[in-house]
Design a protein around this ligand. Structure first.
Ligand code: WQD
Length: 308
């Protein structure tokens, strides 16, 4: 995200508590100062906004693991909701009137429409999804009360790597979980092959992290140009099943990805695919990369970053 915005000529300062980040990833961006700290530190955020004459904020600092949020909801509401509220209090004090917020398709829960438009009723199934929906409400109310220009971007299933050294080092989602199984000499696991989908496995809208970064840049520039903001799905509009992903992983890695079929995961919707008309019409954004691009970039990063 930072790299894409810096490359586009945006002047940036990064605030990161490094709880999951890596300061080394900013080394290649000498003109981008890093301040280590949390958005929940009101005095620190006040200082950063003032010292760097911040005009707008892109807020991607939040916790995003669904299972972890179920086990520790208070931590998720503290980090994701209290963190946003504290950030917005600082923005209001500093006169910063523009924000792009990292939301998620998790706000939809298990939608019964396909594809999912932004107007579908939101019924999140996890504390993580709930924190994202509540955060959107906070932004909407600040827009009404204080004229905040706010855009919420609802990421669908993010995959891939902008560069190998910037790859995802966790294994909390399908693609890295398949890689981890292959590295361990195990068969990948399919959570249910009896879903109401063409091949019975879960269908998702996988979107390249490079496209997600580009969507943030488009959203930030629209706010700078005077847009009041809005809520947008960030996806490709194309659904891919778990078996589609396993097929592409086999093509990219040459490995045998014949899976072990387990039961469905509780709460797993059969299909969640983005309707992408609004972001195309209003922000001029369209995803450029396909599943093969995501899997091949993720695999290159995985081999570089995983301890051997
Ligand atoms: C994808 C599909 C699984 C692993 C979550 C969050 C969402 C977003 C993305 C942040 C499902 C299946 C998975 C495996 C499998 N995160 N699967 N075997 O659950 O769609 O979404 O992450 O914004 O908000 O809710 O992602 O990658 O866990 O699963 O069969 O080993 O792959 O059942 O159909 P999910 P996922």
């Amino acid at each position: 995200m930072v790299q894409a915005m810096a490359a586009a000529g945006e002047s940036l300062v990064v605030l990161d508590d490094l709880s999951s980040g890596d300061a080394g990833r900013l080394e290649q961006l000498p003109g981008v100062p890093l301040v280590v700290g949390t958005v929940r530190d009101r005095a620190l955020v006040d200082r950063v906004l003032g010292e760097h004459a911040v005009q707008g904020v892109v807020h991607v600092a939040g916790k995003k693991a669904v299972a972890e949020s179920v086990a520790d909801p208070l931590r998720y509401f503290a980090e994701n909701v209290e963190g946003l509220v504290s950030l917005l209090e600082s923005c209001r004090s500093a006169g910063v009137g523009r924000i792009v917020f990292s939301s998620s398709a998790a706000v939809y829960g298990a939608p019964d429409t396909d594809p999912v438009t932004e107007d579908v009723p939101c019924r999140p199934l996890s504390p993580y999804g709930q924190t994202k929906l509540v955060s959107e409400w906070v932004l909407r109310d600040c827009a009404t009360a204080h004229g905040l220009a706010a855009t919420s971007l609802r990421y669908f299933n993010v995959a891939g790597a902008v560069q190998p050294r910037l790859g995802d080092t966790g294994a909390a989602n399908l693609v890295p979980m398949v890689f981890a199984a292959l590295d361990a000499g195990r068969a990948p696991v399919v959570f249910g092959d009896d879903h109401a989908t063409p091949d019975g496995t879960g269908v998702r809208d996988y979107v390249h992290v490079s496209d997600v970064a580009a969507a943030h840049l488009a959203a930030a520039r629209a706010l700078t140009a005077g847009s009041p903001g809005g809520t947008y799905n960030v996806g490709t509009g194309t659904g891919c099943s778990v078996r589609d992903v396993l097929r592409v992983v086999a093509e990219v890695t040459g490995a045998d990805t014949t899976p072990e079929v387990a039961g469905r995961r509780p709460g797993d919707p059969a299909s969640v695919v983005a309707a992408v008309g609004r972001i195309e019409r209003e922000l001029g954004f369209r995803a450029r990369f396909d599943l093969h691009d995501m899997v091949s970039s993720a695999w290159t990063a995985w081999r570089l970053l995983q301890p051997r």
